[in-house]
Design a protein around this ligand. Structure first.
Ligand code: PMP
Length: 470
């Protein structure tokens, strides 16, 4: 390991954990629990592997938090940041100023975003995260309708079990009841419909195609209940990530598109996870027959090396906002941060040079799909599906009767514990186990990961049997 890492490893893990507990408030963490266990201290990483302060090597099946698309240890990205910091570490984009990396990145993103139907994406607004970008979306969508002379269109419809961030608007748009329960959310004029989750929500015998159309029509029912002239936008992740990798049936998004078109409502695709090759496309809307007006991005745009997010603004909104809008009273200090934009440019160039998006679409993605589907023969696995480089499986008590475990048993957490101990990072969302590996993962590494997943499923099964729970 490099010198810096050696220094971290020489520190006593226990001492770092004690300092961590004393001073550091973590996101989404029960600190009572953390204090008794001590945080795992990550010290360095390379390619698809991460090491902790005890020297243990772990295969990162989650790309950090769905973001390290280009893998760890990419010197090009560090060089881009260094060069830009030495040239112009910061300047803002307020007050009629700009900077070269931000301009180049906006143009690059416009070139990468495919035109669909009458929608083109020639404009970009920058932020530093997915949450901020979704706050921007709420303000932009409402501003659009103000400028269109329909200020009463304020309601934004989202879905239960969606994840759109952790700010007031982001958490309100999201459909996580645990988040709504804290801080008086959702904020006004945000409402939710049910998610298109075939496994959980379909009727007996209903095909995915039939269910997809029925699930999309929940949007139409909601629009009619609210009054079509009051609805500003519908927002959705093409594939729900944090909710547990919920892959909608193929019929879902085309029917949603028909409905938003019918009522003239804006469509927001939250592609914070799905863009930049994760699903085998630069932007996932192309894959699903969506014609969004606004597209949220973050994470993979820099492969997580530095914070950057933003919104791709389609021509329908851009023309109104730019041509008749005057000043839009909205922006962040770090909108178009030159270092973040320089790293993003280097990251996109690297991904192009190595053909990562194409590889996921035509080579490693289909291979992962084939290998992951083999898990369906495991006694604990009720369903196992992939979409590009995201995948999810559900742990079930009885796969024939489709019965789930008692949620209090936290079987997903038991499985996750086995993954950690065996050198694999896999995330548990209830009893769904999910992965989103770095896009650089090779076929041989997919085999390695699948071996670990099977080992951990077997260990979970043994555990449940020995405790008499099966
Ligand atoms: N939208 C989606 C779809 C996400 O997955 C996330 C983060 N997991 C966010 C928004 C929020 O992004 P951030 O954490 O960068 O604010």
């Amino acid at each position: 390991p490099p010198a810096l890492v050696r220094r971290a490893e020489q520190q006593d893990t226990k001492a770092i954990q004690a300092l961590d507990s004393a001073h550091y408030i973590h996101p989404f963490t029960d600190h009572g629990d953390l204090a008794t266990r001590g945080a795992r201290v990550m010290t360095h990483a390379d390619n698809i592997y991460v090491w902790d302060s005890e020297g243990k090597k772990v295969l990162d099946g989650m790309s950090g938090l769905w973001c390290v698309n280009a893998g760890y240890g990419r010197k090009e990205l560090a060089d881009a940041a260094y060069q830009q910091m030495m040239t112009l570490p910061f300047y803002n984009s307020f007050f009629q100023t700009t900077n070269v990396p931000a301009v180049q990145l906006a143009a690059k993103l416009a070139a990468l975003a495919p035109k669909v139907g009458d929608r083109s994406f020639n404009h970009v607004f920058f932020s530093s995260s997915g949450s901020e970008s979704n706050d921007t979306n709420v303000r932009m969508a409402r501003r659009y309708w103000d400028l269109m002379g329909q200020p009463q269109r304020k309601v934004i419809i989202s879905r239960h079990n969606a994840y759109h961030g952790s700010t007031m608007a982001g958490a309100s748009l999201g459909g996580m009841s645990g988040m709504h329960a804290q801080g008086d959310l959702p904020i006004p004029n945000i409402t939710h419909i049910e998610q298109p989750h075939h496994w959980e929500n379909a009727r007996a015998g209903e095909t995915p195609a039939e269910f997809g159309v029925r699930a999309a029509r929940w949007l139409e029912e909601k629009i009619l209940a609210i009054g079509p002239d009051k609805v500003a936008a519908f927002i959705g992740e093409p594939v729900q990530g944090a909710g547990g990798v919920i892959i909608p049936p193929e019929t879902y998004w085309p029917e949603i598109q028909r409905i938003v078109d019918k009522y003239g409502i804006l469509l927001i695709a939250d592609e914070v996870i799905c863009a930049f090759g994760r699903l085998g496309h630069w932007f996932a809307y192309e894959k699903f027959g969506m014609k969004p007006d606004l597209v949220t991005f973050a994470k993979g745009v820099t492969s997580g090396y530095i914070p950057l997010g933003g919104v791709m603004v389609g021509n329908r909104v851009a023309e109104v906002l730019i041509e008749k809008g005057g000043e839009f009273n909205h922006g962040y200090t770090y909108s178009g941060h030159p270092v973040a934009c320089a790293v993003a440019l280097a990251n996109l160039e690297l991904m192009e040079r190595e053909g990562l998006v194409d590889r996921v679409k035509n080579d490693t993605g289909p291979y992962l799909a084939q290998r992951f589907a083999e898990l369906k023969d495991h006694p604990l696995v009720g369903e196992a599906e992939t979409c590009g480089f995201v995948a999810g499986l559900v742990l079930v008590k009885d796969k024939v009767k489709r019965t789930m475990f008692d949620p209090d048993l936290a079987v997903g957490m038991i499985c996750r514990g086995h993954c950690f101990r065996n050198g694999l990072i896999m995330r548990a969302v209830g009893d769904r186990m999910i992965i989103a590996p770095p896009l650089v993962m090779t076929r041989a590494q997919i085999d390695e990961m699948m071996g670990l997943i099977r080992l951990c499923l077997d260990a979970t099964l043994d555990d449940l049997r020995s405790q008499g729970l099966l």
